[in-house]
Design a protein around this ligand. Sequence first.
Ligand code: AMP
Length: 282
Amino acid sequence: MTIIHQPATLLDFIYKQKAQGLSVGFIPTMGALHEGHIELVKTASANCDVTVCSIFVNPTQFNDQADFRKYPNRLENDIRMLAGSGTDVLFLPPVEAMYPEGLDGLEKYDLGYLETILEGKYRPGHFQGVSQVMARLLKAAEPDKLFMGQKDYQQCMVVKKLISILGMGIEFITCPTVRETDGLAMSSRNLRLDAAERERAPGIYKTLQFINDNISPGNIESLKKEAFAQLEQMGFRVDYVEIADAGTLEPISNWNGQQKLAALIAAFNGEVRLIDNLLIAP
Ligand code: AMP
């Protein structure tokens, strides 16, 4: 595995691969890697000739500076995991290489409705930050295929929109959420949970399953309230429980029983904010 630090060096490497007719798969991450990330790498390796993974904790996407400061850093372990998983290149840029112009007055993207709901509403500026870093990463890696996790459902939609804004012909591949055996969605933030919080944490997935098992046309609003109350009872501080159209993320209150839906939850477990979602089959 080659480690590259500068965007221009990465792009040069990518052009050389493409000149040989090789396809490039890209997996952006913020490190503190777990099996969820490694599944993305494996899917990319199986689908592309060259697999590029990035680790970059992007300062512009943290609306909460404490969350940024406390973001886990396990670089040595990450490098070991990537080297054993089929990654050809690890892109590990310093902040100055990604934002040579500094962090103030950065460009803004018109993300429309997506930016005003759910994560967009509770984390103002978050998706602008995601777009700013993804634009830079995609321009440095020029991948044929981009692999991201369903765990961050709204982020997938934002990045798809960004790709069309940038006019880049990149195929977007959404990979299923990898879970612990008790259902907890794997997340780098899980490392910050203490023993009691870790025990509580699968309650989010259990509540998503409760929604999936009990949903019917006509009970959406009451089901959301019930799910919210369940989470509070377990000790979570809930930002939202939403049931939305799986294609647009528009919240729905009347379901025809046919429309594909996604149930989405964001809740604080102690100081750690966790998100998860589940697609509901019609
Ligand atoms: P992060 O390092 O949290 O920014 O995540 C990097 C990529 O890994 C994103 O595309 C995430 O959606 C994806 N990811 C994070 N957790 C999981 C998981 N449990 N299963 C599948 N993909 C995940």
